[in-house]
Design a protein around this ligand. Sequence first.
Ligand code: BGC
Length: 813
Amino acid sequence: MRDEDELDRLIDKLIPEAKVRLLTGADTWATAAEPAVELRPWVMSDGPAGVRGPSWDERHTAVLLPSATALAATWDEPLVERLGSLLALEARRKGVHVVLAPNLNLHRSPLGGRHFECFSEDPELTGRIGAALVRGIQAQGVAAAAKHYVANDSETDRLTVDVRVGERALREVYLAPFEAAVAAGVRVVMAGYNAVNGTTTTASSLLSTPLRTEWGFDGLVVSDWGAVRTTCETARAGLDLVMPGPEGAWGEALLRAMERGEVAPHLVDAKVRHLLQQADWLGALGPVGRPSNRPRPRPAAVRDLVRRAAAAGTVLLANRDVLPLDAERLATVAVIGAHAARTRTQGGGSAGVFPQAEASVLDGVRARLRGRAKVVHVPGPGLGGPPPALDEALSTDPDSGVPGVLLRVLDADGIELHAEHRSTARQLEPPLPDGAHTVEIRAQLRPRASGVWTLGIAGFGRMSLRLDGRELLAGDFPRETDDPALVHVTPPVHTVTAELTAGTLPLLVARRELAPDTGRAVVVSAAPPVPDTAAALGAATRAASASDVAIVVVGTTEDDECEGRDRVHLRLGADQDALVRAVAAANPRTVVIVNSGGPVELPWRHEAGALLLSWFPGQEGGAALADVLFGRREPGGRLPTTWPAALADAPVTSTAPSGGRLVYTEGLHIGHRGWLRAGREPAYWFGHGLGFTTWEYEDLTGPAQVAAGESFTVRVRVRNTGDRAGREVVQVYLARPGSSVEYPERWFAGYAAVHARAGQTVTAVVRVPARVLRHWDEHAGGWRTEAGPCRVLAGRSAGDVRLDLEVELPAAD
Ligand code: BGC
């Protein structure tokens, strides 16, 4: 790495225009080049479940990992570190230098639209898992970006919301995971869209203190995409790089502000220095080095790792002696539900990728039982939600006759400028040749069922949909949001219905006129006739009662969980609750798999024989779930977030700002802390998860006295009392009853995972870091550890504490 003097010499070579030009992206994902200092551009890409690469194109597929919630549910930092390295190798394969992950915002409310993309309700667990991902990514020479700094924990009005949060909660809860990422050496921090305590984060003093002054961050601060709307305020703050570019609030305006003396030149130099330092770290500064010859992982090894991760994050919430299934004893298995055949492998928004492969639960079960047992699939009632994009299964390119669609770009006179075959009608970045005026998607539909189909088109501006020449929809759909995720990734879908006959090949032609500021995306979609609910439930019930086991897969749709908007309720959509109830009543050996990225209400949870939570399990999810169902792997997951029985019980039941402000009234008492304080019982506590064996907590030992300001360790002896080997996540919580300082009722302090054979006794050594012992003293403006007794509790979840002891803490600053 170049030292300060060398960097100063490089900065001196740049005129103000050149400096300012570097501080805004060259395009959507890349930074600008500067030959005068041998600076090459570098590329950033989302993150976090896969690396999309600089283009949003189905031909550029990515390895899709389980969602962040699932990664946190593994409570397995070495595994997460390996997955981070896999992301980095994907980044290298795609010419990406910075992965826009991890997302370190917290599960403050189950309504958070990006819940699936964040790790946990707990700052300590989020920090540990996030740091592991950072280490894994960066070990391969690719930078990670900790986002979104800070308190960007929900989506409602996310571009403007002003989060009001007390200094102590900000420090102990919301900043803590970022502090952990910085301690792990994260190279990039992304400032969010939101404001904190009256100042938008891209202009906030939090970008200096604590980030640089206290934590010693020496990397680069980048804005979230489109988050910079002012020149001087943001330029005077610790922000270094405005994304995307080349337009933006800095550029010329920043130059003028410097000339007027409104932004000091040394501030701009500091930003350029951070940018050059970052380029240096990435190998994008100076003469081109030799390309590194890092070995590419074998595809089979990648699939195996991702599959193992999905099983490791799967949480067994309840089991009434149903799981694991014995494949040898099954003649017929019913696999029920729309999510069984179309398992939702990822959440919606900027995190989305085109996965290189996707296995549904049905695929996984079929593969496992092939040649052994009969597998019957019943889709159950319709799900509602937006119709899925046309793909090779449902449409044919009328030009080539190949499954897929024909994408054309026309000029203002309707003359074709470009045409190509594509496999999906989800076109977020159609080509834009000179003179491009209209994007058209042509598809010959291949309806499998006769009846009333739902057809849809998504995008902004003038759009039309024609079926066999007949106009079904035409109109102007103005852009009513500034949110880039909604404009460019998930624009609203406009639907119509049409009668289609199986066996025919009707021609669907969708058009969207391009216009400034309306994005490029156009998505054409179709959903089959909605089955009659009673008939669908009847078919599911019959299949369940005629089978040895029924596996029902239920979950959320993109309408429920997606970046850019929060959820409005936690219910499973359509008739999914009725479906589970009907199937469970028909067959006590019913396994329910919940396929959602965040909490949903499970009112029938005591009726199911077994209940598994798959999250958004990534591309190998179906295979991994089959591994778990048939006992090839243990469901290794433990909840990283408390699941309410009903939304109304949760500590935070609304994410709607009032007068532009969202007040974090609960202070420190987020997640399980809030449940404990309210004395309420959730459906499942933070930390809960059964695995396939049982455990006895036998003994807890620790020091009587802790050294001032130091970490300490406790030992928890546990015995595997079941009849198979297993992994237990031994958790430690702290409490300070009787203290004069306000603390949570108890709070998570650390964990250790142990493996044991049936009957074996093992000892978990859990480190309690000094940082979870201290609190932020608002009066003194510093950290303090209060002297006095501290209870240390060991158990299986925040609500299932088995052993406790007391240690004496000396005061520390
Ligand atoms: C999201 C970021 C993302 C960025 C680039 C924003 O809308 O909030 O998480 O990295 O877009 O896609």
